[in-house]
Design a protein around this ligand. Structure first.
Ligand code: TTP
Ligand code: MN
Ligand code: MN
Ligand code: MN
Length: 372
């Protein structure tokens, strides 16, 4: 008698927005490898390849158990030849030679360090590497011209690369709520991004602000920013004004995901309370009384609130998949402002995320299960 081991064959729907992806990832070794390849593609300006690896990693994140053999992956979508090769290597020998070589590569390490500076994108980092700048020390010594964001990024490099915890996010929330309540009584502040999905840490803290009376939110951001600045909470900020207009004939550029809300990218000066991670911020001089934290603020009119909430909760891949589903499967155009139905030639209104999923013909997925 031949003994055959029972191995479960997995299958999962092909769009990430059709799946429930919690933070409980049973295949982290595999998804870490694929995510690194995705990151490298993105850092090399190859966004298409990046998305392919992100989709492959996301499909594995949705599986209920660890994968032990390649034959279990028959029903798992989005796994191209390259991803399967990496998975095979990891399953057979514990690591992928390609991924390990990448981890050690000078260029990859330099791209990570340089794009780890707030305000430095892939193009700038690539140019600096071409000029022989591979480290922060070399950057500081060779002194290329830096813009205001990059100067703040370099100055606060260590703080901004230290994960933000939930307690710190709550402390930032208290500040933002005080600011909003002071400049616009009745304003509502909602934590969005990774923290809304239940993550314990983040690279920043994201907030969506609205007012229950349509129109009252107009012009809020400059007031908010000047209140925060006057109270000494801002180390850096850049505000973009709202440029969204709903056109009668539908979205002008259906493919555009550009957000046109009032929006602020900032670096907060967050006072460190005793006993809340102050030690890590220290150096020789002992714990400092504050740390720098990246904070993103978005203001939306209440009529667009549900779309903004859905569009800013993430994950980035989940968002991308929602828009792809809307376009390819429903002939609709989804943005963080609205949902347009091309078949009916009209906008579909919604006042909750649940309604948007329903318009899209999707089962509702709560934020904690959008960690694709
Ligand atoms: P991020 O803050 O970049 O990501 P995150 O909060 O999911 O993860 P982290 O914990 O590392 O901060 O973005 C939050 C969401 O905001 C993201 O899902 C998509 C949305 N978003 C936009 O809509 N437009 C943008 O330009 C950016 C940067 C984000
Ligand atoms: Mn589980
Ligand atoms: Mn975030
Ligand atoms: Mn953000």
């Amino acid at each position: 008698l031949q003994q055959t081991e029972e191995v479960e064959v997995f299958s999962t729907p092909s769009y990430a927005c059709q799946r429930r992806t919690t933070l409980d990832n049973h295949n982290a070794v595999l998804t870490d490898a694929l995510s690194l390849l995705a990151e490298n593609a993105e850092l090399s300006g190859e966004d298409g390849r990046g998305v392919a690896f992100r989709r492959a990693a996301a499909a594995l994140k949705a599986l209920p158990l660890p994968v032990t053999r390649l034959t279990q992956l028959g029903g798992v979508p989005c796994l191209g030849g390259h991803s399967l090769r990496v998975i095979k290597d990891v399953l057979e020998s514990g690591a992928s030679p390609e991924v390990e070589a990448l981890r050690r590569s000078e260029r990859f390490k330099a791209l990570k360090v340089l794009t780890g500076i707030f305000g430095v994108g892939v193009k700038t980092a690539g140019r600096w590497i071409g000029e022989g700048i591979l480290t922060l020390r070399q950057l500081r010594d060779s002194g290329p011209t830096l813009n205001r964001a990059q100067r703040a990024g370099l100055r606060h490099y260590d703080d901004l690369n230290r994960p933000v915890g939930r307690a710190e996010a709550a402390a930032v929330a208290a500040v933002v709520e005080a600011a909003a309540g002071s400049v616009l009584p009745g304003a509502r502040v909602t934590l969005i991004g990774g923290f809304r999905r239940g993550k314990q840490t983040g690279h920043d803290v994201d907030f969506l602000i609205t007012h229950p009376e349509e129109g009252r939110e107009a012009g809020l951001m400059p007031k908010l920013v000047s209140w925060l600045d006057s109270q000494g909470f801002l180390l850096y900020q850049k505000t973009n004004s709202n440029s969204y207009l709903e056109a009668a004939e539908g979205p002008a550029r259906p493919a555009s995901n550009m957000d046109r809300f009032e929006r602020c990218f900032s670096v907060f000066k967050l006072p460190e309370e005793a006993g809340r991670g102050g030690a890590g911020a220290g150096g020789e001089g002992g714990p400092r009384p504050w740390r720098a934290v990246r904070v993103d603020l978005v203001v939306s009119p209440v009529s667009q609130f549900a779309f903004a909430l859905l569009g800013w909760t993430g994950s980035k891949l989940f968002e991308r998949e929602l828009r792809r589903w809307a376009g390819h499967e429903m002939n609709m155009c989804l943005s963080s402002h609205a949902l347009y139905d091309h078949r009916q030639s009209r906008y579909l209104r919604a006042s909750s995320e649940e309604e948007i999923f329903a318009h899209l013909g999707l089962e509702y997925i709560p934020p904690s299960e959008r960690n694709a």
